[in-house]
Design a protein around this ligand. Structure first.
Ligand SMILES: Cc1ncc(COP(=O)(O)O)c(C=O)c1O
Length: 399
């Protein structure tokens, strides 16, 4: 009999040992475990659309397989996908990008990872407005950078140019912007975004604009991409885009970066030594997503709009809960401090109470750097939302 070496002495690298497990993933696992035990769970945790990928996109993938497009592609993506991305930004935002400035990535997440890792040196400061998407600080830590968080609660979680100006130090190198934002759903007004980018350019810094929820914006707010900014500002910018949410393609793993060609070359070095190219079949699907009919996006947006209207009103009717109007994405981010009494002392306690006694999953704001809040996803049917809100109300009233 061969003896297996013991794993107890396995030493995780310093870079990885500092990484936190994702709080959104923890919520997903809790819901999974309860569903497996046959419990009637209301899951308001998911960060992914509840719609199926549109048929024309699936057909493009099938066709790619039939046509034998099943081999390696350039790390930056197929010419077809690069042109589709360039075409989309030209059509929608009058932006002119060259192929040397475009890279297809395995989800928007990889675009952010590539951008941070190829720019940040040890102890460089990276500005991250709160609340933030959970992966931002972890990616910065992996690159040995230092996250400097910007508090935005005073302005109901909308970042301003003044806040950015105050946070800059001689060590600042990068700011990560995310509008519409996860988890708050808040949108930085375009005029404010412009001022932020003017500061970034003036101080010779860089910005990543995570535009993963680009198209999910509700009137009177309007769709805005940093791609529409002046070329001299865009030189300081990397856009991280994604097909995941807009086209309900989370499992296909396709995103992209748009950045100056030097930054793009550096990012492709990182990618070519790790994941190489995005799956060739997913690339064909993504090209169809941008080139093909867009009515499925309009349909999803109309449904999110209906749910959002209902949900915001229902949440604001719960005594103690306060929910600022999110202008984008598919999340509400209410403050629960007014419901904390007795044994419920933190938003984490509130969220656990919901989970344990009402079998309802939401995500604690603390994981996004905003203790006292919780994230509710409305990427789920109106029926389930109604049931979930009933359960939230019960906990709020019991507290
Ligand atoms: C703010 C934000 N950025 C980026 C991503 C990454 O998405 P993907 O890698 O699926 O494109 C997500 C996913 O939840 C997100 O919420």
């Amino acid at each position: 009999m061969t003896t297996q070496p013991s794993l107890s002495s396995f030493q995780v690298s310093e870079n990885v040992s500092h990484m936190k497990a994702s709080s959104t993933l923890a919520a997903m696992q809790a819901a999974e475990a309860m569903r497996a035990a046959g419990v009637d769970v209301v899951d308001l945790g998911p960060g992914e659309p509840d719609f199926d990928t549109p048929q024309n996109i699936k057909d493009a993938a099938s066709e790619a397989m039939r046509a034998g497009k099943t081999k390696y592609t350039p790390a930056a993506g197929t010419r077809e996908l690069q042109q589709a991305i360039i075409g989309f930004y030209h059509r929608e935002f009058h932006a002119n990008y060259e192929r040397s400035e475009v890279a297809a990535t395995s989800g928007g997440k990889q675009a952010i990872f590539n951008a941070v890792v190829s720019l940040i040196n040890p102890n460089d400061e990276v500005l991250i407005p709160k609340p933030y998407w959970v992966s931002f600080p972890e990616i910065v830590a992996f690159a040995s950078g230092k996250s400097i968080f910007i508090e935005t609660e005073e302005n109901d979680f909308v970042l301003t140019a003044d806040m950015v100006r105050r946070a800059i130090t001689p060590r600042t190198k990068l700011i990560i912007l995310n509008s519409p934002g996860n988890p708050s759903g808040r949108v930085i007004p375009p005029a404010e975004f412009l001022q932020i980018m003017e500061i970034v350019a003036e101080r010779d810094l860089y910005a990543i604009s995570d535009e993963c929820y680009l198209r999910f914006v509700y009137p009177p707010a309007t769709v805005f991409s940093a791609a529409s900014l002046r070329p001299e500002l865009r030189r300081h910018l990397c856009i991280a885009g994604s097909f995941s949410k807009t086209y309900a393609m989370t499992g296909w793993r396709v995103g992209y970066s748009l950045a100056n060609s030097e930054w793009t070359r550096a990012m492709l070095k990182v990618q070519s030594h790790s994941t190489s190219n995005v799956t060739s079949i997913s690339q064909a699907a993504a090209a169809e997503a941008f080139n093909g009919p867009q009515d499925s996006v309009a349909m999803m947006l109309a449904e999110y709009t209906r749910r959002r209207e209902w949900l915001l009103q229902a949440l604001n009717e719960i005594p103690g809960l306060r929910c600022p109007q999110p202008e984008g994405a598919f999340y509400a981010f209410p403050e629960v401090r007014g419901c904390l009494k007795g044994k419920l002392k933190t938003s984490g306690d509130f969220v656990n109470e919901l989970l344990e006694n009402e079998k309802t999953v939401v995500t604690d704001g603390a994981g996004f750097g905003a203790e006292g809040f919780m994230r509710i996803s409305y990427a789920t049917s109106l029926d389930r939302l109604e049931e979930g809100v009933k359960r939230i109300r019960r906990v709020a009233e019991r507290a």
